[in-house]
Design a protein around this ligand. Structure first.
Ligand SMILES: [Zn+2]
Ligand SMILES: [Zn+2]
Length: 147
């Protein structure tokens, strides 16, 4: 079984266990998230699926994403004032973000736990988590600026 298929099946299992009804739309949204691996916005998901589900609205996509978020299937990424992006890679990872086109790519690196410990010691906070983003120009944007 392909990795994406396995991922989708696992996600379906989690939905079932959480008592969430699996509708064709839910299935399609989840499938799109897993297959695209591109951290889409709700709007992008809507545009990709509107042909398949003409009665679906952006609000429906949002509602479904909220359900997925509640059961821990996706995380919501907010960067400044641009619309939220959704990530179905729930293992801990960091992001590289293209400053030109906004593309987000996952990369794995051991968690920077020392930073949290240090912040906790220095500031006396009870630290819950941290965020780190790497910015730059993606290969395809790099190509277009070179010519
Ligand atoms: Zn780019
Ligand atoms: Zn990610």
């Amino acid at each position: 079984m392909a990795v994406t298929e396995k991922h989708i099946e696992e996600a379906m299992g989690i939905l079932k266990e959480s008592g969430v009804r699996i509708t064709p739309q839910r299935h399609a949204i989840l499938e799109f998230l897993v297959e695209s691996m591109s951290h889409p916005t709700a709007d992008e998901i809507y545009k990709a699926l509107e042909g398949k589900f003409p009665n679906m609205s952006v609000a429906t996509v949002y509602n479904n994403l909220r359900v997925f978020k509640e059961v821990g299937l996706v995380s919501e990424l907010t960067y400044g004032d641009s619309s939220s992006r959704f990530d179905c890679n729930t293992s801990s990872h960091y992001h590289v973000i293209c400053e030109k086109c906004g593309k987000i790519v996952d990369f794995h690196y051991p968690g920077l736990n020392e930073v949290e410990t240090l912040a906790q010691q220095v500031a006396g906070f009870e630290v819950s988590h941290h965020r780190m983003e790497i910015y730059g120009t993606c290969p395809s944007c790099k190509k277009t600026t070179e010519h």
